[in-house]
Write a protein of this length. Sequence first.
Length: 598
Amino acid sequence: MDIPTRSEICPGDTWDLRAIFPSGADWENAFEELRVCYTEILKFRGHLLDSPKTLKSCLEFKRKIDMLGEKIREYAALRLSEDSSNNQALDREARLASFTPHLQQSSSFIAPELQRIPDDVFVSWLQDPSLEEWTFFLQKILRTKPHTLSEPEERLLALVEEALGGASTVFRQLTNVDMNFGHIHDRGGVYRKIQLTQNTLASFLTRRDRTIRRRAFRKFYQEFSDHRYTLSAALVSSVRRDVFHARVRNFSSSQEAALFYDDVPLSIYDNLIFTIRTHLPLLHRYYSLRRRVLKLPAIHIYDTLVPLVDSIQMSIPFEEAVEKVLSSVAPLGEEYVSVLRRGLMVERWCDRYENKGKHSGAFSAGSYSSPPYLLMNYKQDVFSDLYTLAHEVGHSMHTWYSSRAQSFQNYRYPIFLAEVASTFNEALLTEHLLAKASASSVYAYLLNRQIDDLQGSLFRQTMFAEFEKIIHTAEEEGRALTLEFLRSSYRSLLDAFFGHEVVVDDVAELECLRIPHFYDAFYVYKYATGVSAAVTLCNKVLASGDASAYLGLLRSGGSRFPIETLQAAGVDMNSPEPIQVALHLFARRLEELEALLE
């Protein structure tokens, strides 16, 4: 079946962006308004120290510009994502890309000027009632003062950044454009050749045919082996950039620098690694079950993704998927359910189906003054799309609650919290589907799915996080970051995490060269902490029937640092307990699956 063009999609199945701008002409008018007024903020330059009143006026003007700019960017981005061949959308994006640096530069004086205010004066201003709604915004600027350079040094660092920022570009160009992984011959059904890419590898590794899994795995990593020296040089360059920035900004380590802006203690990162390490026998037990169910004398890494239970064969139309998600989130209360139902079924928040030129995958997006839109490429015969919908509406409802409870400057929540809201909804959906499962095969499939999800987000991401710490520490201590060091360090982690149940082929060491998140250092741990917090909160809501603390988390947005927000919701990330709760769920599901399959 051919993929339809955008014009062939029923309007009722697309998102309604008129809530942002009624028409393209209105976007043009807003863009012109922004181009005309944004430089007016420069009248405040050199005067922020005059009085709290002047500071407030400046911040309010900046908020006005930022709110307008957010709407303009969001509309342009969403229009382009629905059809990347749309020339009008491409033109909007190009003009925005050219204009945005000027917009950012116009208000760049604010933080440096505020940091020149004497600390005692700054603290006294924070007590001024007229600045109350800006307190957290100003506190964040004040705490960066020890890590902010002089104005000439900051300008120099910005120029240096252009020279240092090429590692990730080299990685993307090499892996997405230059590298050719060839084709795999599919022996199932009609004989055909299927292209092997970074996006299709996972689908090959879930095949029942072990020959295809092994061939895809080896062929894929052979291409990485052929480029291993270039890729290792790119990764090492990225690590050195992280270390350089940390040192220049007076941090004790690149890890501290990365965690500073969310005010996450280093102990939380290290506690995650320690807690997961002590529970690796649990993961090894799962791999042992895999080996027995697959009836293999030994399993390799390319055997660890194939489902132990056949996928659920069912067709779920979008409207039915919405109802399933709504039923699963019923514990969150009538407001949550009714707002979400209206958004998905009446107000057209969701762009539902695939069309030519549409952005792949799924995401949630929106602005402070618009609905929290979500893009899907929903297929009713792909069961995982039901989970994708639950995941994305978790983000969208987080935005909905935050934007209504917080001022503009405090509504954007950090990634640390974003992963909690999305995986929370997935956990609720699993609990709901397990309770409704009428066949043992369906129940077993759902168990297997949740176990694999936890394996990926809890164990695997922690392994990545430990690798990041190892290589950054080595650079900071002056040890040579050679290809051999990268491979041997990663091999040690693979051996520890997969244990004696899994044969680790030598080429698997090259996985350390293919993870794009390593170019955004100390990011992946948030997936593990996020799922741990989500499972803990889900348990609390289902056990007590009280969702008020969780809804309070959604309403908090970015008004506090994430650890404090979670603490207020009843989750103490300073302790190992949330991670242990997630591990307990993994153990419980594994025990159930063992009983069903053996």
